[in-house]
Design a binder for this molecule. Sequence first.
Ligand code: LLP
Length: 402
Amino acid sequence: MQSSLPNEQFLQIAKEFGTPVYVYHAEKIKTQYEKLVNAFSVLDTKFFYACKALTNINVLRYIKSIGCNIDCSSINEVKLALHAGFEPRNVLYTSNGIAFDEIEEAVSYGVNVNIDSLSNLEKFGKKFGHNYPVGIRIRPNIMAGGNIKISTGHSKSKFGIPVEQLDELKRIVKENNIHIRTLHLHTGSEIKEVDVFIKGMEVLFELMPHFPELEVLDLGGGFKVPYHPHEKEIDVVAIGAGLKKAFDEHPTADHKKLQVWFEPGKFLVCEAGYLLTQVNVLKANNGVTIAGVNTGLNHLIRPMMYDAYHHITNISNPAGAEQHYMVTGYICETDTFADDRLLNEVREGDCLLFHNAGAYGFEMSSNYNSRYKPAEVLVKDGGAQLIRKREEWDDLLKNQVI
Ligand code: LLP
């Protein structure tokens, strides 16, 4: 699996900023964004980067600079988006299970809001009536996504208003004269089947006649990117063509009147990010040597949380003879990054590069074992710039009452 930057540059970054360090490649984000723009040019489409994947303010500013909008999952993400300079109309707030006062706060900023429960919708209706166009998140009862922990549209999921509660939904909308502008769904992450998006769209088409003021169909995020060298990216061109066909064949849905929105997270930033680490210790272990690195599940939780595969390369010894390694972290509980992985010969002090670390990497990191969170570096126009300092001693004590 090729990285988008040369090994020498990573080694230079390790030397200059230390390890572990998250490295993001700006132009790779742009390439991914342009793929989406081209694939969906057959429709009137707007993209909102699901910033829960990676919220460094410098990354947000870069994403804004390439013309992309932003989707947020908490009121603080909304505030970060506004702080990064996004205009309210280009900010979307799609949340789950939040208190109504966060929705009121979002409305006070003038951002787009998708509501995901009948309870909050009713409160919204009582407060704002027809004054604030809003979106509703539907649970379409579609099973999709890479694994159950990241599937959100199935019939037992906590997300969205179950599609079978349509009568109650209609009652609340009518009684409060709510201006429904958007129908939203998001079925999961790492979706590789084109059909899932078409099926989702068909569910929204069915609901469409009940919401005459509709302007937007929002299909969420979830586009699969390859994590393993044998995997493929989802065919976004086929999704674009499939959706266009679905519109063309539908008796009333008009793609010139309805905008289609997407909320890609991983597709934009996953492959643009790397976690750069160094090998602390080697341990012989029945033919599979254990390589212990200077990071752990505190910095990249995905392997332990989702059994996720992250490709690893030994950038210090790329021509070394391949051998089997178990790559583990330094946390005082089992934190295995790879069980039995062929790597170019690993020596203590070598730099190991973890791929696909841009999405939900730093963002899900913690201070477990009282370790500092790593630094973040952005490579843009060939130059590497520090965009978050590595934490230090004072950060660990900052909020403790001593
Ligand atoms: N829109 C909504 C409403 C979402 O809940 C999500 C992700 C997205 C968009 C973006 O999905 P993406 O394009 O990134 O697949 N931490 C997990 C992924 C959790 C995704 C949560 N929602 C992981 O590391 O795999």
